[in-house]
Design a protein around this ligand. Structure first.
Ligand code: 3PG
Ligand code: MG
Length: 392
């Protein structure tokens, strides 16, 4: 792998910089800035070396359609303030953009292309689209570890058409995760939550041999509860997962890995509702399961108490509404309590998990915090991520 930090002579060079600025945004306001803060080193490095920077990022999942709510505008404005320098968002159709259209004013140093997932070619890892993007720049830098598990045009295919380098944050994250995973102390407990069930449910089976306990909370827990015959009302779930879950339980038995899931839940009639604790069999047809219940919290705290290492990706509930944030906050507090006594090694990853930790100022008491969620889990799985493979 070649690293951007080793590059000399970046003066006036056009750098196509892939970042993951997929930050949580509510009513047009960014609710957690961590992913922006983490890429300031690479931006400052390129500014110092007088490169011309073309930033590419995605936000959300617009699925190839333009969506006003998923513009990179608030992110550009935030970055502008942080680096005290003008950042220009180019809203023109990327497909019609020509090299000479960019940096026509010589003083301008940083431009953003609009959300790259407005183009269906991105997720298709499209060859022509990647070639077209490559013509806009001289070199490519990937500083988006957290979306390097996606074989997308601006992460993977683009590397075939430009000299490509690893960014500073990507390098930091890979080095940290490499070290952590080779020096891990048992018992190891992995907590997996969040709402991206399809990304994560297939990974669990491969994590089982590496861990002593896997705690499943968040959206994926609904699938497990449903599989075991419990009602889940209108809660999110992924279809056709029963054979995957079958396999999870079988594999766990072979490897003596404990699979832990909720014993009780917290529901609401909508995402904005108040919290109501329920036993598993009490969930009604019009209920949404939005958090774990008190019995489950106690069980998870007990497992954390008896672990040497904890890895955590994905909140336990819909923490965006404080009524459903208790499960996630209690997990975080228990880890912090043990970490302060230096009795646990703790790693957390993912945009939403970081947002939870920031809400209760817990970040400082984790040994390592990765910007990556899905990519973090796939890395733990031992997979070579498409974006990293492309750099190698
Ligand atoms: C993330 O938030 O994990 C990354 O930005 C990837 O997003 P995705 O799951 O929509 O590909
Ligand atoms: Mg995310």
């Amino acid at each position: 792998m070649k690293y951007v930090r080793d590059l000399k002579n970046l003066n006036e060079k056009r750098v196509l910089l892939r970042l993951d600025l997929n930050v949580p945004i509510k009513n047009g306001k960014i609710t957690d800035q961590t992913r922006i803060d983490k890429i300031l080193p690479v931006i400052n490095f390129l500014i110092k070396n007088k490169s011309k920077i073309i930033v590419i990022s995605h936000v959300g999942r617009p699925k190839g359609k333009i969506s006003k709510d998923l513009s990179l505008k608030p992110i550009c404005e935030s970055l502008e303030k942080k680096i005290n320098q003008k950042v220009i968002l180019i809203k023109d159709d990327i497909l019609k953009l020509k090299r000479e259209d960019l940096f026509s004013e010589p003083k301008k140093q940083i431009i953003f292309l609009e959300n790259i997932r407005f183009y269906e070619e991105e997720e298709k890892n499209d060859t022509d689209f990647s070639k077209h993007l490559s013509k806009l720049a001289d070199i490519f830098v990937n500083d988006a570890f957290s979306c390097s598990h996606r074989a997308h045009a601006s992460v993977s295919k683009i590397t075939q058409y430009l000299p490509s380098y690893a960014g500073l944050q990507l390098e930091t994250e890979i080095n940290a995760l490499k070290k952590i995973t080779t020096e891990i102390k048992r018992p190891v407990t992995c907590i997996i939550g969040g709402s991206k069930i399809s990304t994560k449910i297939g990974i669990i089976k491969n994590l089982i041999p590496k861990f002593d306990n896997i705690i499943i909370v968040g959206g994926m827990a609904n699938n497990i509860l449903n599989y075991l015959g419990n009602p889940i009302g209108k809660s999110i779930k992924e279809d056709n997962c029963n054979s995957i879950i079958d396999n999870i339980f079988k594999t766990a038995k072979t490897h003596s890995c404990k699979i832990v899931y909720p014993d009780d839940v917290v529901v609401g009639k909508s995402m904005e509702d108040k919290a109501k604790i329920k036993e598993l069999n009490e969930v009604k047809n019009d209920d949404f399961i939005l958090d774990i219940g008190p019995k489950t919290i106690r069980k998870i705290k007990n497992l954390i108490e008896n672990s040497e290492t904890i890895l955590w990706n994905g909140p336990a509930g819909y923490f965006e509404n404080p009524n459903f944030a208790l499960g996630s906050c209690e997990i975080a507090k228990k880890i912090v309590e043990k970490n302060k006594k230096k009795m646990i090694y703790s790693i957390a990853g993912g945009g939403d998990t970081i947002a939870v930790l920031n809400q209760i100022n817990a970040i400082e008491n984790f040994n390592f915090v990765s910007t990556a969620g899905g990519a973090f889990l796939e890395y733990l799985e031992g997979k070579e991520l498409p974006g990293i493979k492309a750099l190698n």
